[in-house]
Ligand binder design. Structure first.
Ligand SMILES: [Zn+2]
Length: 196
C-alpha cells in the first residue's frame, strides 16, 4: 500500500472512531419533533421542567457513547487482524482515546458538559423563583449563553454557562455539526470566536 493510501485510511479510521461514539448526542435530539417545547437554537431557553429533563437526556446520550464505542473498537480490532490494518489502527486510536477521556471524567478533572448537578441547580432556581420570593414580581428565568438571568429585571440567577442542549443548531449544515464536534457539547463561551 502506498504511503498516501495508508495515511488516508488511517485518517478515515480516526474520523469514524471519533464521530461514531458521539452520535447519540450529535443526532438523537436534533429533529424538530424533539424540540417543540424550546425556542429555536441561539435563543435563550426559559427554565421549565422540560429543560431540566432535556439536560438529563443529554447526559444520558453522552454516556450512551460508552456503549456505542464498543462497535468501532470491535471493528478496529477485526480490521487490524484480518482487513486494512491502518484503517483499523485509526479506529482504535480514536475510539480508545474517547474511552480514556470518558473514564478520566469519572475519576476527576473536567466534568461532563451535562451533569445531574446541573439539572438539579436549574430545578432549584425554578422552584425558588416560583414558590418563594424571587428577584422581582414577574420573574422569568432564562438560560442564556453565560448563565441564568431573569429577563424581567436582568438579575443574574446563576453563573452556569449553557452547554449545547440538543436543539437543531442555527448554523448552516456542516458548520453546526463541526462546531459540536469541536466543542464536544461544552458551552461555547470558552471558545473565543463565539458570538451571540
Ligand atoms: Zn427578576
Amino acid at each position: 500500500m502506498s504511503l498516501i493510501a495508508g495515511v488516508g485510511s488511517f485518517t478515515l479510521g480516526c474520523c469514524i472512531g471519533h464521530i461514531l461514539p458521539r452520535f447519540p448526542y450529535l443526532l438523537l435530539s436534533r429533529t424538530k419533533g424533539f424540540n417543540t417545547r424550546f425556542p429555536p437554537h441561539p435563543e435563550a431557553i426559559p427554565l421549565s421542567p422540560y429543560l431540566t429533563q432535556r439536560v438529563l437526556h443529554m447526559r444520558m446520550f453522552y454516556w450512551m457513547g460508552l456503549v456505542v464505542v464498543v462497535l468501532p473498537l470491535a471493528v478496529g480490532l477485526a480490521s487490524v487482524r484480518w482487513g486494512d490494518a491502518t484503517f483499523g489502527f485509526g479506529l482504535w486510536i480514536a475510539s480508545g482515546w474517547y474511552l480514556l477521556n470518558r473514564i478520566q471524567s469519572l475519576l476527576g478533572g473536567q466534568a461532563p458538559p451535562w451533569t445531574r448537578d446541573m439539572a438539579t441547580e436549574l430545578q432549584i432556581i425554578l422552584n425558588q423563583e416560583e414558590y418563594s420570593d424571587g428577584c422581582c414580581n414577574w420573574t422569568s428565568p432564562y438560560w442564556q449563553v453565560t448563565g441564568v438571568y431573569c429577563v424581567n429585571c436582568n438579575s443574574k440567577l446563576s453563573d452556569m454557562a449553557r452547554p449545547d442542549l440538543g436543539r437543531k443548531r442555527s448554523e448552516r449544515r456542516p458548520f453546526g455539526f463541526i462546531r459540536l464536534l469541536l466543542s464536544d457539547g461544552y458551552p461555547m463561551v470558552s471558545l473565543p470566536d463565539e458570538e451571540e
